[in-house]
Design a protein around this ligand. Sequence first.
Ligand code: NAG
Ligand code: NAG
Length: 380
Amino acid sequence: MNFFLILTFFAAFSVSMAFPRRRSKPREDNCLFGDGSSYRGDISKSARGKHCLNWKYFSIPWGASEGVDNHKYCRNPDQSLMPWCFVRRGNRFVREFCNIPTCSTPSHPVDTELTCGEKSERKQHKIVGGAFTSIKSHPWVAAIFNRRYGFLCGGTLIAPCWVLTAAHCFPDGAEANDLSVYLGKNAINETDADKEQSFNVEKVIIHTEFNEENHNNDIALLKIKSSNGECAVKTASVRTACIPPSNRELPAEYQCTIAGFGKGAYASWHYTQYLKEGKVNLLSRTACNSSLHYKGLITDKMMCARSPDWRTDACKGDSGGPLVCDMAGRMFLFGIVSWGEDCAKKNKPGVYTQVTKYNRWIAEKTQLPKYTEGIMYPTK
Ligand SMILES: *[C@@H]1O[C@H](CO)[C@@H](O)[C@H](O)[C@H]1NC(C)=O
Ligand SMILES: *[C@@H]1O[C@H](CO)[C@@H](O)[C@H](O)[C@H]1NC(C)=O
């Protein structure tokens, strides 16, 4: 059998490692906002370089509610121009202003468990047999790169700091330092600094019970962090997908969407460069496990999907990427592209890791139980 599971070669182009520079997010109480009356930082020198004196030595009408206490940090308790403090000048005590850095930008927007699964572009343009699409239709799609070899796998942004992918993407284990993750990318060989966000990988968590023989538990998590310490910022091209409630399953023939940068045909050598999408219908686990399809190879943590004409399928390079299903206008991540025999081959559906068998695992590893409760899932 010819599984596309094993990543035997990598795309023959180099990855631009340009990291877009975003200013690190200031904490409002640690920098100057307006006149600085909310400043609660720890600068204790005046703009002229004098050491501030502890407020407690002065008889003053202000207290803790104005930020003044038993300390010597600059404060603006009296609606002055900016924070100030008492300093000694000769044998007198005088007020001097302090030089506090200004808060550069308001904090960046991030997705929460309440805003997941919203795509910014609903328009359809035309994977094997699939159609080219825009990252705005699949803003949760992540591209995972090995810094030395290039494109490795797809993934899905499930929380601002977490990308869910497949365990088989890391056949030799994974060194976090070797990996980088891009979000908001329309093509793997193109850099659009305005849209894309790039990240280092802080942590790789591969399911300890991933079985390389039968591909059971083909799931892994990457914790991402940009070079200035931030996670994914919410933009039209970068959003999170929702996680459905634990053990939720959809009926056979339910139509879902797969997306990835994978190869357009099994025989073609290069990855498709551009993000593609395809519509697939779910196949019941029993049918998929029958002799017509994968004859006993399907476990209860896998799900199968194919297009009715067998022409659309996930393929090599789509590995780790999302199978999302639309529920009341929100996209829920049901599957992770895992394995299949060839691609778009008749009676050989794509097999996906069933995400709803792993809600607890994801919650435990990310410490983000709210993201895995499926609270945005429609109830009827
Ligand atoms: C990306 O790949 C496509 C297809 O191979 C090619 O047409 C395009 O010029 C490439 N873009 C860059 C920036 O290399
Ligand atoms: C698929 O078939 C095999 C062999 O008959 C069986 O061991 C396995 O439990 C089946 N999987 C499911 C999900 O029923």
